[in-house]
Design a protein around this ligand. Structure first.
Ligand SMILES: CC(=O)N[C@H](C=O)[C@@H](O)[C@H](O)[C@H](O)COP(=O)(O)O
Length: 232
């Protein structure tokens, strides 16, 4: 299936649902990701965020919603990097991604090389918008100045130099948006209050993943609130 309108405009004011499951997760199957994508579409999602060409291809086949593709490159013991190179971007577009998400962080720079060149090349040579996944205000402003079409707070709390926590970094959303950056709020959003809070701070769109598409995480959160055997 194909997307008619500009994908960045299509997600404005909307909810993007991240349909991802890492290796070893019970839902790790491109066909399952496609089912989750259909659920998201029926529920009113404006777009989808999908990891890896196989999942992008499976999701593309069942929906006309804009698909934001990324490829996580795993590293032992530490967080994966997000789409650190042009060849990965090319594969995603070939699989049907309408937007490529790639990280623009100080942490990825030694691996991905010339990040400004990467952002520009993806837009120019592949003809798709870039979503820059960042963790700080400086990274976001840099990515925006290089021509990223949208900047997402995805990695706040995940780089070694940002503080992790349970709550989404809506402060960063506000800081970026107030400087005129087209900003997506992403990372740890799990309530209606988080979504409205992000839009109140000027978000262009929001991305929600685990709170919708990861039953293991949802179960873990609710199980932690149950008293368990101590109660009996
Ligand atoms: C840090 C990182 O690699 N984040 C990834 C980016 O694609 C995904 O694992 C997240 O699920 C996504 O950002 C949505 O966030 P949340 O699942 O918290 O709603």
């Amino acid at each position: 299936m194909t997307v008619a309108t500009d994908p960045v405009s299509a997600i404005e004011g909307g909810l993007v649902v991240s349909c991802q499951a890492p290796e070893g997760h019970p839902l790790r199957d491109p066909d399952v990701m496609a089912l989750l994508a259909r659920c998201a579409e029926q529920g009113g999602a404006a777009g989808l965020r999908v990891n890896g060409p196989a999942d992008v291809r499976a999701v593309r086949a069942v929906t006309d919603l804009p698909v934001i593709g990324l490829t996580k490159v795993t590293r032992p013991g530490i967080r994966p990097l997000i789409t650190p190179g042009f060849a990965l971007c090319e594969e995603l577009v070939r699989a049907g991604a309408d937007v490529v998400a790639l990280e623009v962080t100080d942490e990825v720079a030694p691996v991905a090389g010339d990040l400004m060149g990467l952002v520009k090349r993806v837009r120019a040579d592949l003809g798709v918008p870039v979503m820059a996944d960042v963790s700080t205000l400086e990274e976001g402003l840099r990515a925006w100045s290089w021509g990223a079409d949208v900047v997402s707070t995805t990695l706040s709390g995940y780089t070694p130099y940002t503080a992790s926590g349970m709550e989404p970094d809506l402060e960063l959303v506000g800081e970026l948006a107030s400087r005129g950056v087209r900003t997506v709020a992403e990372g740890r959003l799990r309530t209606g209050g988080h979504v409205t809070g992000a839009f109140e701070r000027g978000a262009w769109a929001v991305v929600v993943g685990a709170a919708i598409t990861d039953p293991v995480a949802i179960t873990r959160r609710l199980a932690a609130a149950a008293p368990g055997r101590t109660r009996r």
